[in-house]
Design a protein around this ligand. Structure first.
Ligand SMILES: NC(=O)c1ccc[n+]([C@@H]2O[C@H](COP(=O)([O-])OP(=O)(O)OC[C@H]3O[C@@H](n4cnc5c(N)ncnc54)[C@H](O)[C@@H]3O)[C@@H](O)[C@H]2O)c1
Length: 325
């Protein structure tokens, strides 16, 4: 019999890719309140339940026999915590995490896997490694630090459930349309260029990220589920160990789309804490879980262009700025 997995935030970007890529291996239930996700992201074979991970009764509606619980629900990017998003951002992220973790233990799941973030490294020296001291630079990453500390304490008190965290780098891939202006820059640049609109770049475009295809994120998570090794409350980076600048990304996208759309450069309006570079050390996940990045950027971008759903494009962050410059 297939092992059973509950995925909160399962209709979202990373959650839906996990479900779709693992549908033959596991029996999966996806829970999502559709704050951002889209049930169309999910293969029809995946059981989808509309509900809120903050609410115990909604988790219980998913069933009580899961071997693993994956928590991707929560407020998924830093700008969502700004202005009026502050109280709801913390409440949603922290409550859904605690509720799902406690649910996972009570139904006797073996592992609880959750999404942390590489954002908590801020501008630490590169390559970014899990042993570095971190000072979260924004409310979003504060919630993820809290997840990590909570998961560690929880596993000490209840060692019967492993609580494993993942600091994803800059993840791109299919099913990001519902995120609109919160999506990865690769997706947003593709959406701008598809409409022949110039992407707006803060600064000179030399800022760089460890762009990681969502298939490799799913690979890392799946390896953590399948390993016989005891993971306790370990936290792993998931990245590629390689970097690429925004300018290079734009060149690749233009080439893949057969276009030549020039960006607009504006002085960086983010005065403090802007992350100039991101470069992961992936030694830990490679050595412990055997993870090896498999999707190079050229292939990932070509896939993204080939699978473009033009009718689903929402407002990008460049759309919002372009009108004001
Ligand atoms: N995409 C990235 O590059 C990246 C990088 C680092 C960390 N992460 C983290 O990974 C996780 C998944 O990110 P994503 O990019 O797929 O974001 P996403 O917004 O597409 O996915 C989150 C999903 O959770 C749902 N959701 C939110 N609150 C919920 C609740 N209370 N109950 C049920 N569903 C709820 C949303 O509707 C959405 O579908 C998030 O925790 C995010 O912070 C993402």
């Amino acid at each position: 019999m297939k092992e059973r997995i509950l995925v909160t935030g399962g209709a979202g970007f990373i959650g839906s890719n996990f479900c779709n890529l693992n549908k033959d291996k596991f029996a999966i239930v996806a829970l999502d309140n559709l704050f951002l996700g889209d049930p169309d992201n999910l293969d029809p074979e995946i059981k989808f339940i509309k509900g809120d991970a903050c609410r115990l009764e909604d988790l219980q509606r998913c069933g009580d026999a899961f071997d693993y619980v994956l928590h991707f629900a929560g407020t998924s990017s830093a700008p969502m915590f700004m202005d009026d998003g502050f109280v709801d951002g913390y409440t949603n992220s922290v409550k859904s995490f605690c509720q799902t973790l406690e649910f996972a233990r009570k139904i006797k799941a073996k592992k609880f896997l959750y999404a942390s973030t590489s954002s908590l490294y801020a501008n630490n020296p590169m390559p970014l490694v899990e042993t570095q001291q971190v000072t979260p630079p924004n409310h979003y990453s504060v919630t993820k630090c809290l997840y990590e500390d909570c998961a560690r304490c929880y596993n000490q008190v209840y060692p019967e459930i492993e609580t494993v965290g993942f600091r994803f780098m800059s993840v791109y891939g299919p099913n990001e349309e519902a995120k609109g202006r919160y999506a990865n820059m690769i997706s947003q640049f593709v959406w701008d260029i598809a409409r022949d609109l110039p992407p707006v770049i803060f600064g000179d475009g030399d800022q760089f990220r460890d762009f990681t295809n969502v298939k490799d994120v799913v690979q890392g998570l799946t390896r953590a589920i399948e390993t016989d090794k005891k993971l306790g409350s370990e936290v792993f980076n998931i990245g590629t160990g390689k970097t690429c600048s925004f300018n290079e990304i734009l060149r690749e996208i233009n080439e893949a789309m057969g276009k030549n759309v020039e960006p607009v450069y504006i002085p960086n309006p983010v005065k403090e804490g802007y992350v100039r570079g991101q470069h992961a050390d992936i030694t830990k996940i490679s050595e412990i879980l055997g993870y090896i990045p498999t999707v190079d950027l050229k292939t990932g971008i070509s896939d993204q262009v080939r699978n473009l759903k033009k009718e689903k494009i929402k407002e990008t962050s460049s759309d919002l700025i372009r009108d004001k410059i």
